[in-house]
Design a protein around this ligand. Sequence first.
Ligand SMILES: *Cc1c(COP(=O)(O)O)cnc(C)c1O
Length: 406
Amino acid sequence: MTEQVTRATFDEVMVPSYAPAAIIPVRGEGSRVWDQEGKEYIDFAGGIAVTALGHSHPTLVDTMREQAGKLWHLSNVMTNEPALRLAKKLTEKTFADRVFFANSGAEANEAAFKLARRYAFDHYGPEKNEIISFYQSFHGRTLFTVSVGGQPKYREGFEPAPGGIKHCEYNNIEQLKSLISDKTCAVVMEPIQGEGGVIPANKEFAKEVRELCDQYNALLVFDEVQSGVGRTGTLYAYEQTGVTPDVLTSAKALGNGFPVAAMMATENVAKSLAFGTHGSTYGGNPMACSIAEAVIDIIDTNEVLSGVNRRHEVFVEALTAINEKHHIFKDIRGMGLLIGAEVTDALAGHAKDFLAHAAEEGLFVLVAGPNVLRFTPSLVIPEADIKEGFERFERAVVKTLADIKA
Ligand SMILES: *Cc1c(COP(=O)(O)O)cnc(C)c1O
């Protein structure tokens, strides 16, 4: 018999590193989710920018079932067809020539940072080992990735952290010029910062970062764990920044919720992860890769990608309309369906207050830091769901404002 579990069970048996919502969702279909009580929600979060094709997408369910009946796992002592097909697709569709598979964004970044160090070591010697990344950036929760990440709170109490890492203000090229040197092996950036508050890199900045990397023989690593796989309206956001990185990491939407990640690199750079230098037990397993292949096939179509841009407009219009009535945002920004709405100074620190009321009204939304509401719905969310979602959101706004005033 299945044991009855409730939200209270979490507090009894789980490590308290999360503070999950009061509800427990049990089923999802498209952009709708139902909880244990049968209450229905519209999903403007998609996990955290993960379920880009919504919940229980029929093609993905079929793909998973089919692969589950064939082969789950082999180890990397052998390769497998889904991994080879997915790698072929990713290299055909991007700047990259080579792929390494992992299971999470942090692991893909770990591989990227190790590759950057190793490439510099191979070509320029051990002194060239510094990594520069940006304040507010997020690259995952392993010790290396929280160290490269630009939010000190994530490494507090876990020191000693890996060394040789510097942080620079995002979109501040003068500061980067003062930090970069012949000792720099890589500059790591999100083309649009996600967790840091939904902040796009400006084009001129991205171009100059690329030039500085070239000047100092440093690799440019793009963390597209959040921005990738159609989220911004192109398969990867770098296509819109006008610069091409040397290394790119992808996860989140790549498996639509099934754990899979990829680190991609140019031929010359990839050579430095020579036989025996890096590995992963699960990385590149046939289950994950077959699902990711189906995800890429569906998303990398004109229909889905142009739909992202159309939905972007719908979201911005709806947020603008609500803002005209309730004056809660000072900025609405983002790319594609990675949208941030920054609350006014009067509401500073209150972004998360909107979440609980939204859930009460039957809507999932996210925050990105204390002042930004974040919207990362499915890329194929029906427009009717968007409309209804914003009706619920407006009711949540009214309740939240009443609460704050009280
Ligand atoms: C979510 C995220 C990560 C971490 O991915 P995990 O799968 O949680 O390890 C890394 N970088 C960015 C930009 C992210 O948004």
